[in-house]
Design a protein around this ligand. Structure first.
Ligand code: ADP
Ligand code: MG
Length: 250
């Protein structure tokens, strides 16, 4: 079952093509890793996929429902109710955690389930405590983000996304703002989610992680998919740009 489909997506900023006709799809349970040099358009692609940016051409669908498209040359999103429903299909974890600084950990992760999803307080708090425990944060529910390490903040933001029960979880370089010793704890959380068959799209610079965890890897270069396939395909590719990119990292 295809959860996400992006067909012939194009996106420019100030006349510069940043995404040049990209198509991809994500099956239920699949883990897609997106790799590539800085500035190749990875974040923009995720922002388009998650309706944070409009697209200039093409179409995006979640479970066969249109999330973004173009009509008469103009970008279109669905109307409010439909849009909200489609937005509830996915969660997004950013590089810089993006927690609400003036909310406690508990409020950060329960606010949207209570206010947006209008779920019952008791059920939401119970799930929140269960998730915090799973993330090793059971003693942090009353802490504020500034009192937490980067790794803890990122675990809270993953918990916040999971509280909404998304069908797909997107990560944009979830470990790049972290010290190396904190990176492992986040990669472990993502590996655990993979073991639970969570569908994920992960932009990452962690090559050995991508190689181990991903079912499919896309290598982006200058706004196009320069190579894609299984980890073996991509890491074994003769493509010069990939060899150069992987060589620089090792
Ligand atoms: P990556 O995540 O692969 O490093 P990005 O998607 O962040 O790449 O950026 C791709 C290109 O698009 C870069 O040249 C960047 O400067 C440009 N870009 C991204 N967002 C904007 C924006 N909001 N306005 C103008 N240019 C942007
Ligand atoms: Mg980026």
């Amino acid at each position: 079952m295809k959860l996400l489909e992006m067909n012939h997506i194009k996106k420019a900023f100030n006349g510069v093509q940043v995404i040049k006709d990209i198509s991809l799809s994500v099956e239920k349970g699949e883990i897609l890793a997106i790799i590539g040099p800085s500035g190749s358009g990875k974040s923009t692609l995720l922002r388009c996929a998650t309706m944070l940016e409009t697209i200039d051409d093409g179409e995006i669908q979640y479970l066969g429902r249109r999330a973004a498209w173009v009509e008469g040359g103009k970008p279109v999103f669905p109307k409010k109710e439909e849009r909200k429903e489609i937005q509830s299909y996915f969660g997004l974890v950013f590089q810089n955690f993006n927690l609400f600084p003036h909310f406690s950990v508990m409020k950060n992760i329960t606010d949207a389930p209570l206010k947006v999803q209008r779920r019952g307080k008791e059920e939401v708090f119970e799930e929140a405590r269960r998730l915090l425990k799973k993330m090793g944060l059971e003693d942090k529910e009353n802490a504020y983000p500034y009192q937490l390490s980067g790794g803890q903040q990122q675990r809270v933001s993953i918990a916040r996304a999971l509280m909404m029960h998304p069908n797909i979880l997107f990560f944009d370089e979830p470990t790049s703002a972290l010290d190396p010793e904190l990176t492992g704890e986040i990669l472990k959380v993502i590996k655990d989610l993979a073991a639970e068959h969570m569908t994920m799209v992960i932009v990452t610079h962690e090559m050995s992680f991508a190689r181990k965890v991903a079912d499919h890897i896309i290598f982006m270069d200058k706004g196009v998919i320069a190579e894609e396939g299984t980890p073996e395909d991509v890491f074994g590719s003769k493509n010069e740009r990939i060899r150069e990119f992987l060589g620089k990292l090792t």
